[in-house]
Design a protein around this ligand. Structure first.
Ligand code: ZN
Length: 95
């Protein structure tokens, strides 16, 4: 009886955490509630699923300055989106 209560308490705590976390990650309220209910009813399924699908916290775009035009671009494209110069990978082997 007590164990059942504690289990319920943990499920509720996890569900609330999922809801708060989903909201802070920019999920819509309806999605956050969905994840919360899922985590509460089927924690073993929805908690790993949620942790797997939610956006990573370190989703900061890495900006690299173009060595031709000086503008910053995201990620590592083959060509600068601004000036069109080939910028793929800075070569450490010299010219
Ligand atoms: Zn450029």
């Amino acid at each position: 009886m007590v164990m059942r209560f504690i289990g319920l308490l943990i499920a509720a705590a996890v569900a609330v955490w999922v809801y708060m976390d989903a909201k802070s990650k920019g999920y819509k309220t309806i999605s956050a509630v969905g994840w919360m209910l899922g985590a509460f009813l089927l924690m073993i399924v929805f908690l790993p699923l949620y942790l797997f699908t939610r956006p990573k916290q370190s989703q900061v775009e890495i900006l690299t300055p173009c060595k031709y035009c000086g503008r910053h671009y995201e990620g590592s494209p083959a060509y600068c989106p601004n000036c069109g110069h080939k910028v793929e990978g800075y070569s450490f082997n010299g010219e």
